[in-house]
Design a protein around this ligand. Structure first.
Ligand code: TYD
Length: 215
């Protein structure tokens, strides 16, 4: 199967920008690839995304939130990610399973063993070969994300109301996930200039265990 790479980080860490740059880089080298995003990516998943991110949905309970993210993930995995990998396409996933642990577990306080069980059921051992975690100071990242959303017409503001403490817990969660699985999860510093970080991510791909001979 082709390489499966996920990107993680708190809101405003710049992962979507880095995915776009990597996409351009891989395409310029004729690497067959697709980008997947969570929540979303499929018709069902995009409908779930609207429920999850709509700013008016304040009644959503943490467990409902966890289940919805996982429903979207399961659809995306079986409808898009696995077929692409099997056909030889690299998959760059804008978030995956670690996001549930960091946001719903560390951020919202849902029982982490429950999240683990659910994750296993939903992804059936299909873990990424590599996860790039873009680490960043939440104060900086949140102000970036808020700035971007002010210029955005989509109603995806539910998470923008979260406190700085919430994002500090999410960041801590991500760093613990990385410390527990250092071979898969590689941490990069999101404070760096965009191009510098892009070059770092490319060299990370070249030196990681994924089959990257073509780049
Ligand atoms: P995303 O689309 O990656 O946001 P952005 O591109 O604006 O950074 O994710 C949307 C939000 O959903 C984000 O705040 C993180 C959250 N999220 C979870 O809480 N749990 C999850 O399992 C996933 C995939 C995302």
């Amino acid at each position: 199967m082709a390489p499966f790479i996920s990107f993680e980080g708190i809101d405003g860490s710049g992962k979507t920008t880095q995915i776009k740059l990597l996409e351009k880089y891989l395409k310029s080298r004729d690497v067959p690839m697709v980008v997947a995003r969570e929540p979303g990516g499929t018709e069902v998943g995009e409908s779930i995304r609207q429920v999850l991110l709509k700013s008016g949905n304040t009644a959503l309970r943490p467990l409902s939130e966890l289940l919805l993210y996982n429903a979207s993930r399961h659809q995306n995995l079986y409808q898009r990610v696995l077929p692409a990998l099997e056909a030889g396409y690299w998959v760059l996933s804008d978030r995956y399973v670690d996001a549930s642990m960091a946001y719903q577990g560390y951020g919202r306080g849902v029982d982490v063993s429950l999240i683990d069980q659910l994750n296993n059921m939903v992804i059936n051992q299909h873990m990424p070969n590599l996860t790039v975690l873009i680490d960043m100071d939440p104060a900086l990242a949140v102000s970036r994300a808020q700035e971007r959303n002010r210029h955005d017409s989509t109603d995806e503001g539910r998470f923008e109301r979260e406190s700085l403490e919430f994002y500090q817990r999410v960041r801590q969660g991500y760093l613990e996930i990385a410390a527990n699985d250092p071979l898969r999860v590689r941490v990069v510093n999101g404070d760096k200039p965009i191009e510098t970080l892009h070059r770092e991510i490319v060299s990370l791909l070249k030196t990681s265990k994924i089959e990257s001979g073509c780049i």
